[in-house]
Design a protein around this ligand. Sequence first.
Ligand SMILES: NC(=O)NC(NC(N)=O)C(=O)[O-]
Ligand SMILES: [Zn+2]
Ligand SMILES: [Zn+2]
Length: 501
Amino acid sequence: MNLLQWKLLPLLTVIASIFVVFYLQHLSENKCSLLPYKHYWITSKRIVTPQGVISGAVEINEGKIVSIVKEEERHGKIMGAHVVDYSDAVVFPGLVDIHVHLDDPGRSEWEGFPSGTKAAAAGGVTTLVDMPLNNFPSTVSEETLKLKIKAAEGRIYVDLGFWGGLVPENAFNATALERLLSAGALGLKSFMCPSGINDFPMTNITHIKEGLSVLAKYKRPLLVHSEVQPSSPSSTQLEDMQDDPRSYLTYLATRPPSWEEAAVRELLTVTKNTRPGGPAEGAHLHVAHLSDSGSTLDLIKEAKRHGDSVSVETCTHYLAFSEEDIKDGDTRFKCAPPIRDKANKEKLWEALMEGHIDMLSSDHSPTLPELKLLDSGDFLKAWGGISSLQFDLSATWSHAKKRGVTIEQLALWWSERPAKLAGLDLKGAIAIGKHADIVAWAPDEEFDVDDKFPIHIKHPSISAYMGMKLSGKVLATFVRGQLVYEDKHAPAACGTPILAH
Ligand SMILES: NC(=O)NC(NC(N)=O)C(=O)[O-]
Ligand SMILES: [Zn+2]
Ligand SMILES: [Zn+2]
């Protein structure tokens, strides 16, 4: 008996200590991050900061950027610390995509928070701001915003803010709008034409004026889908309706640039109230997804010159594609306003580079592949909306680099300015005190978006970039210091809902 005890005791001790070690390891394992530490440095020869591109190191602790040192000042400072080295790769502020439709809750079979935020993480997008429609019910009240926040709990891989909806039902009800804004909506969004969603009706200019006066108090923006359908369609539009619905040109003719121009012209009658000393000072109007680089853009430039508080975004697809590229029946490219001709695309690039267009967004607006009607290829009946979220960065870079755009300009358009519009003071730049929201990417690395490429949006078959070669490969994505993506995603979804207060 004694002998047996003496033999068993060391064995039991060994087994017990193995259990203790495993248990402790499990406790300390951070499922939110693919990195085991919270205090570390990221080094690279190309770190994009608001002061320019530097070679050096960024110190991260407890989710924030705590110091930035240039290569020549670095020696000794990071000795003995944990270092993640990206050498020649670009270390860039995480993208802030202020225009996505994640369709959750209510239509999560179209996209959903888990798949949409995984696609964002894989694409270097560290913050999303979700549109108030295509989810069900639409986000037009405090109650419906709470449904969104609840649905996001434990299901988002990047940080996520929410726009509220300005609709006829709440536009004249300042109390309801204030409750929606107090509950954390970063601003409001409205449509000047039918949205395609029954519980998200369009607003007229009076509704918009009312909305702006409430927003002024909160200093938050109104984003507008700026297309106005004329009350009597022109004869060419009626003729076009009889044309082949599979032809892209048939669809294009149904939404001419004059719709965008008419909307912006109307908007400018109320944006003058946002000037200093005006009745809506503090409010800001943002023109969503500009496609027309002609008269519509001229009107926006004029308003800016007069001191109206206005800004404008365009989207990756207007910069990457033109009418000439879209094959008949390929309804993946149907969106509103539509993708126009090559000359228009070139003018959009010029306007961006000259600073007349302020920022970029994806307007990722997926649906079920069945509703894209890829079989019949009917452009007039298919769902309007482009699926692109994961390729924001690579697609814009692939086209930008051919035009001499700098990496710093890209950071301005994709991070700094959208963060500012959404009021996200801790996002949008690699700077001391900000969240450590960072993407490391290889600008010269090319890849094919095909069946073998891991696409994380729910329905890869409707991705606008399927079948294309892109450059600018995302290597790693950090959200508040947590490595959420590097070839794979972190095990847990630890993104945070962002609420305004
Ligand atoms: N209901 C939508 O998602 N609409 C969207 N559709 C597009 N852009 O084609 C949009 O933002 O207008
Ligand atoms: Zn829109
Ligand atoms: Zn949209």
